[in-house]
Design a protein around this ligand. Sequence first.
Ligand SMILES: [Cu+2]
Length: 128
Amino acid sequence: MIRIGLRLAVLLAAGLTLATIDGARAEDKAAGGKVALTIVNVEYEGTKVWVPSTIVAHKGDKVALKLVNNVPSDPSQHGFAIPDYKVAEIVDRGQPKTVEFTADHAGVFQIICQLHPAHVGGQLVVLP
Ligand SMILES: [Cu+2]
């Protein structure tokens, strides 16, 4: 009986998650070309990386990224830059920042920390 109850709870939770994802997708379509994401800078076994490290948009989308620096070790500042889009922000630990731009040219563009070249980078993928 307990097992059946647990399975039901898991199925319900999965259903709710799917409903939430579908809702988010529907909202995105209704908004017409908007990408809104939270990107978090974390430290994993000594390596600093912005997560998710790949951002996908369609050409013409308005992109809004909330940048959160959660790296516990010093230094307390990290950069988030997409040089091909002339985006370059410095984000302090504990002080999220939002960057907005229009994905007006298609391609794959490097994301870097402009302050620390050793920092693991990511990529912005803009589909045509
Ligand atoms: Cu950095």
